[in-house]
Design a protein around this ligand. Structure first.
Ligand code: 4GY
Length: 241
């Protein structure tokens, strides 16, 4: 999977050179290309923005400069162009999975008051938001998208990891424990030490259901529940009364 990122601040992308996403780039299972929009300014002072027509505060990115930066990308005909903005549709687990099937994503990051609407209409396929708050730029959202999507690209994680975690089955994850088995007098749940994997899996399913019921009951309406799951939830409801 190839990501081309159009940004005025490519130096903000240092964090995704480390850890799992860094290693995935070394292994060439993903490729992240940073393109500095400023390199495409034709102005002698490298100016990329101007005051908004109609007045108002702040500066707006010029459409011609953004377009030239986009145009510099090779083999973009099959790429999906995404603009990160609070006006977009929400980035969810479902959207992340869908995007992980793409071969080539182009991520456009705005800054200041925004980008001239005409170039957005010309090049953007999808507008995506990571949440209902306003940031100073699209760089952090682009990194959130790259990180979450890359987890579902083959070869990025160890086998099994991405499917087992939260939202794969719509439930929150069960709690995890490691050594020491006594931490400040708090013991690891005994069942996990027995080595009985059938019982451990049952316990984990129950803990996932409990966690979801207590913290995010809204998620339960989209989960496929077995007869046993429904009994577990009934018992939880009665215990909480
Ligand atoms: N929330 N989700 C978000 C954002 C900043 C001015 C357009 C968000 O995705 N992006 O807050 N972006 C703005 C800054 C230009 C993007």
């Amino acid at each position: 999977m190839k990501f081309d990122v159009l940004s005025l601040f490519p130096e903000m992308f240092e964090p995704i050179k480390t850890s799992i996403i860094g290693r995935a780039q070394e292994k060439k299972v993903i490729e992240i290309n940073l393109i500095n929009i400023r390199d495409f300014s034709k102005d002698k002072h490298k100016k990329v923005d101007d005051t908004p027509y109609g007045g108002g505060a702040g500066m707006v990115l010029r459409p011609d400069v953004v377009y030239e930066a986009y145009n510099s990308i090779q083999d973009k005909d099959d790429a999906k162009v995404i603009f990160l903005s609070p006006k977009g549709s929400r980035l969810t687990h479902k959207k992340v999975l869908e995007l992980s099937k793409e071969k080539h994503l182009i991520l456009l990051c705005g800054h200041y008051e925004g980008i001239d609407q005409r170039v957005l209409d010309e090049i953007v396929d999808e507008e995506i938001s990571i949440g209902d708050y306003v940031l100073t730029g699209g760089e952090l959202p682009a990194m959130v998208l790259i990180d979450s999507v890359s987890r579902f690209v083959g070869g990025v994680l160890g086998s099994g990891s991405s499917e087992e975690e939260s939202f794969a089955d719509g439930l929150l994850e069960y709690p995890q424990y490691t050594r020491p088995d006594d931490f400040k007098g708090k013991l690891v749940p005994e069942i996990l030490i027995t080595g009985n994997h059938a019982k451990i899996n049952k316990w984990r399913r129950k803990e996932s259901l409990k966690m979801t019921y207590l913290k995010r009951p809204d998620l339960l309406k989209n989960v496929e529940l077995s007869k046993e799951d429904r009994e577990t939830l009934e018992n939880l409801k009665n215990e909480c009364q």
